[in-house]
Design a protein around this ligand. Structure first.
Ligand code: HEC
Length: 105
């Protein structure tokens, strides 16, 4: 009895967790973007692709999401690693990239 209810409990928790996690990924992506990326990407500082600029993002998105994750985490040209925010987790940065990609489609 107790083993069974434990199993159900963890399965239910897991299910509940994964649904709410995807909702927060989007929120945290925007939050991270506003806090760490907008400084350059809102106006295109130093040639950065602007948020929502479909032309600027098209070729970048074509490289594939993994490439964009890697450049964002490691930096590229005038783009500092993690946008200069070494305190951000890799997942925060990836969520911000997802947010930027979803705005460029
Ligand atoms: C100091 C200014 C600055 C900040 C802050 C910044 N970026 Fe950038 N970003 C750039 C520049 C400049 C480029 C263009 C780099 C290039 O193509 O040489 C760029 C390019 C990118 C690209 C495209 C990379 C590619 O491979 O084409 C992504 C994705 C990106 N930034 C994500 C982010 C994210 C996510 C954040 C916040 C965590 C962020 N940036 C913060 C300046 C910035």
């Amino acid at each position: 009895m107790s083993t069974l209810s434990m199993l159900c409990l963890s399965a239910c928790l897991l299910l509940g967790f994964s649904t709410s996690a995807s909702a927060t990924t989007e929120d945290s992506g925007k939050k991270t973007y506003d806090a760490a990326c907008a400084a350059c990407h809102a106006t295109g500082v130093a040639g950065s692709p602007k948020l929502g600029d479909k032309e600027a993002w098209k070729a970048r998105i074509e490289q594939g999401k993994e490439v964009l994750y890697t450049t964002s985490l490691k930096g590229k040209g005038a783009m500092p690693a993690k946008g200069g925010r070494a305190d951000l987790s890799d997942d925060d940065v990836k969520a911000a990239v997802d947010y930027m990609i979803s705005n460029a489609k």
